[in-house]
Design a protein around this ligand. Structure first.
Ligand code: A3P
Length: 325
């Protein structure tokens, strides 16, 4: 088996060498593979996920491009779906002990990687239904099994200005831990405008799910971070309805919705002990997932020419879609 393993990694090394490559993520390089940019550590698992995963109609998938509010949405989805198990928010609610990324595993990171590799792997066969998963992959790149099943996909995106700033800061925090050089705001911004960012181009990632949500609204719920911020109560109810377990009048009267919102709020998530130390997916500090959680922080970072440039990119790429920020 050793020679088989070597053969596999040899084939992957050759594949990786043949792909377009760019600097600018938390590892040395990211590669353009199956229509999106990803680090070399995920190439084998993306392939394996595409070839081996069997979706169930009861599966629920939280999809996003990084830094769009994934952690928040994973928390809300987990709390909504599992609410019958945790009727009161005592100290033992999983969201008070764990980070949402630990409760909602990411297909391409936690399911199909190299079992001896650096990333922790989980066994899907042991998961209780409905199974909750996460992904950053664009819709067209998902396995046929996911695209063709009746599983529910909840997608979140965020205005590209804030997403970019959050991404740049996040990547640099990880790079610093790994003793890699920091990326300048300017170089990262230039790449972002060309679509070169993890799981990007951002417009393809957003538009793929948007299209699906318009064509099959029962399958894909398309959300925006800003909308959730504006009325999280409304969207929490919407998510519950979408996954087929709407809140009852009794639950509403008992404050179940408010409790879930509070449990998943930025302030409470940032403070819980489970998020104070430790890492996720091998090497990302949990605390890196909680920075400011605000809308409009980009104004503290981007120059007026940058704002003009990214506005033009958005106009060009999102033009003709119903998506605006
Ligand atoms: P900022 O860097 O702008 O603060 P993701 O979860 O997709 O990685 O996105 C991370 C962004 O969401 C970060 O944005 C982070 O602070 C914010 N965030 C994390 N948890 C949140 C929560 N519970 N509510 C609102 N925003 C949250």
């Amino acid at each position: 088996t050793t020679s088989k393993v070597n053969k596999v990694s040899h084939d992957y090394n050759n594949l990786i060498l043949s792909l377009p490559r760019e600097n600018g993520c938390e590892t040395q390089y990211m590669y353009f593979f199956h229509g999106f940019w990803c680090p070399s550590t995920l190439i084998q698992s993306v392939n394996s996920f595409q070839n081996n995963f069997h979706a169930k109609d009861s599966d629920i998938v939280v999809a996003s491009i990084p830094k769009s509010g994934t952690t928040w949405l994973k928390g809300l989805a987990y709390a909504i779906v599992n609410r019958q198990h945790f009727t009161s928010l005592e100290n033992n609610h999983p969201l008070l002990l764990f980070n949402p990324h630990e409760l909602v595993p990411q297909f391409e990171v936690n399911l199909y990687g190299d079992k001896d590799g650096p990333l922790p792997q989980i066994d899907v066969s042991n998961m209780t239904e409905p199974r909750l998963f996460g992904t950053h992959m664009p819709f067209p790149s998902l396995p046929k099994s996911v695209k063709e099943s009746n599983c529910k996909i909840i997608y979140i995106c965020r205005n590209p200005f804030d997403t970019f700033v959050s991404y740049w800061i996040f990547i640099n925090k990880i790079r610093l831990r790994k003793s890699l050089t920091e990326l300048t705001l300017e170089e990262s911004f230039e790449r972002y405008c060309k679509g070169i960012c993890l799981f990007g181009p951002f417009w393809d990632n957003m538009l793929g799910y948007l299209k699906e949500s318009i064509e099959r609204p029962d399958r894909v719920l398309f959300l925006k971070y800003e909308d959730l911020k504006e009325d999280v109560n409304f969207h929490t109810k919407r998510i519950a309805e979408f996954v087929g377990i709407p809140f009852t009048q009794e639950e509403e009267n008992n404050g179940v919705i408010e409790n879930i919102i509070k449990l998943c709020s930025f302030e409470s998530m940032k403070e819980i002990e489970g998020n104070q130390s430790g890492t996720i997916s091998g090497d990302i500090e949990k605390e890196f997932y909680f920075r400011k959680g605000e809308i409009g922080d980009w104004a503290n970072y981007l120059s007026s020419s940058m704002v003009e440039k990214l506005s033009k990119v958005m106009e060009e790429k999102l033009n003709g879609s119903s998506l605006s920020f």
